[in-house]
Design a protein around this ligand. Structure first.
Ligand code: 13P
Length: 285
């Protein structure tokens, strides 16, 4: 089916108390694998790309690829800009056909984060596209964007309320202790803070940095009100592992051959994450 916006699928998830899994992709093989797995599990799904991936592959290429793959996919698919770093990139992705936008002004002072998020909301809402923004700073490294442990900071619930009111965003990425990339020890999530934010903010909540977060913690975050869960690092690592394993056989020189092994490894992760988020069989195709 044609790409859909993330608006309805996330509202359905909130009502149904499950999470939509949002997967970062780097190439065609990852798009094919995510969509085939979502179709097999009858799950609505989000595909997302960082500015780094857009720089690598080009926004038109990525949008055309995901749009084409979604056309023959029987479940709802939204194409989302992850960690959009500027108003300009938001415009470029919208023009290319993205159906969901994140503007990440979390590194800016509060008032500037509000201003840029508000500007992206006004522009995106004019063409019916929902917007996610971030308050507080999720730590770790995501495709070239790095937040040191020292400068990572949690979302303040009272500020979140003001931020949502002043920006008009559709969903809020919360910083409650997750980080992008793999964790050194067990992550410590501030569930009380999440519950407090859920109580006073009435829009969709998003959990970033879910690779390596134990399953019971992801489930708890969903129970407490998260409706979108982002996975990137585990997929990248799986693709690379699968390809490496295949390339041990020196006679393989055809990318179509070693990619099969990479895709299989990604498929296992995608399947597990969709089931974990509870979105299997939730597609209203
Ligand atoms: P991970 O790389 O930790 O899965 O985080 C993904 C993410 O939050 C993308 O925005």
């Amino acid at each position: 089916m044609p790409l859909v916006t993330s608006k309805l699928m996330l509202e359905d998830a909130r009502r149904g108390k499950y999470g939509v899994a949002a997967f970062n992709i780097e190439n065609m093989e990852m798009v094919q694998t995510v969509l085939a797995t979502a179709a097999e599990l009858q799950a609505p799904v989000m595909i997302q790309t960082t500015p780094g991936t857009i720089k690598y592959a080009g926004v038109e290429m990525l949008a055309a690829m995901v749009r084409t793959a979604a056309k023959s996919c029987p479940v709802p698919v939204a194409l989302h800009l992850d960690h959009g770093e500027s108003f300009d990139l938001a415009v470029q992705t919208l023009r290319a056909g993205y159906t969901s936008i994140m503007i990440d002004g979390s590194k800016l002072p509060f008032a500037e984060n509000i201003a840029v998020s508000r500007r992206v909301v006004e522009m995106s809402h004019a063409v019916g596209i929902p917007v996610e923004a971030e308050l507080g700073k999720v730590g770790g490294k995501e495709d070239g964007l790095e937040v040191s442990d020292k400068s990572a900071s949690f979302t303040d619930p009272a500020e979140a309320k003001e931020f949502v009111f002043k920006t008009g965003i559709d969903s809020l990425a919360v910083a409650i202790g997750t980080a992008h990339g793999f964790y050194k020890g067990e992550p410590k999530l501030d569930f009380e803070r999440l519950a407090e934010i859920r109580k006073i903010v009435d829009i969709i909540l998003v959990l970033h940095g879910a690779s390596g977060v134990p399953d019971d913690m992801v489930r708890k975050a969903i129970t407490l009100g998260v409706s979108k869960v982002n996975f990137a690092t585990e997929l990248r690592a799986a693709l690379t592992r699968g390809v490496r394993e295949a390339l041990v056989d020196q006679s393989i020189i055809d990318p179509k051959k070693f990619m099969v092994s990479g895709k299989k490894a990604v498929q296992e992760i995608v399947k597990q994450k969709i089931i974990l988020c509870g979105s299997a069989n939730k597609a209203i195709a």
